[in-house]
Design a protein around this ligand. Sequence first.
Ligand code: PEP
Ligand code: MN
Length: 357
Amino acid sequence: MFNQAKQNNKLIIIAGPCSAESREQLQEVATALQGCPQLTLVRCGAWKPRTHPGGFEGVGEEALRWISSIKREHPNMRFAVEVAQPDHVEKALRYGIDALWIGARTAGNPFAMSELSRALSGSDLPIMVKNPPVPDVNLWMGAIERLQAVGISDIAAVHRGFVTPHAAPYRHEPLWQIPVELRRACPTLPLLCDPSHIAGQAQLVPSIAQTALNLGFEGLMVEVHPHPEQALTDACQQLTPANFLTMLSQLTRRTQPVPNSEEMQLLREHIRLTDSQLLHLLADRFDTARHIATLKQRSKSSLYQPEQWQTKLSQCMAEARELGLDESFVKNLYEMIHMESIRVQEAQLDTPTHSAQ
Ligand code: PEP
Ligand code: MN
């Protein structure tokens, strides 16, 4: 399913409620989405992993019964549910569910992933793997490798954002560099985006979906509920079917190769020269830092001078503002440069000529 769509350059679209709540609710979603030509799968959670106990934890096997009966009315519609334990897999297989996904909390747990992989081995169901909540591409890749190790080959990765202290205005920080890193490491792996769990609020969903398509993601998994305000889980982030279909019609996909025009070549050469200048400037900056380290050594001063660093950072931020550069980008960049400067100064003091002093 996922591999074939990627090969055929067909966008993968998955939509449906966060949780299956009643047969009527699923029926209503299926009816609203049945005319959508791009629809690959309807999603709905049967077992819901909740942060606190006591909330709505899904209707379990009952949801699979509803799906089977709705599939008889909509024979072309395919459904996906989340599995977190081997008995979920066994039930999903028994009810003929078409695809499964592994949620963020489960994907981050290597023991759970091994158990699920064992339960899935021998089945040829398409499986989606959400990114674990911690921003660590290796943990995400490890979850996928555990499935591949038991022979599962129709796998898609789903980017749903990360738990960080500075996610606002989103529910989960997108940290786009992590799925981009996954893409670099596994270029043939289909990559989907779940803008709903990144956004946490319906009005932010379309712009996140568009960013994913701009970055070359192969598809989207979107939470769609016939009456979002009545949803038992994730009420704020679910789109109505009408809003979902409008969003789909407004998204633009960029799949054409970049033209290799003369103008493009000139611009790329300009970038190459600028990058080379940046590297030379950095090398020069760290040479100066090494020189400063020897002076600090002579005067027995600490390598880390917080006041000097604060003054420097404020100057850089003021200049960045004047140049129209993004302030948080410049702050992150300077934090990194400063850490490296301290490391370079320490290494300088460790060299034999200095450590003997
Ligand atoms: C979900 O898709 O409903 C869900 C629980 O997602 P996640 O595992 O990304 O939190
Ligand atoms: Mn949800």
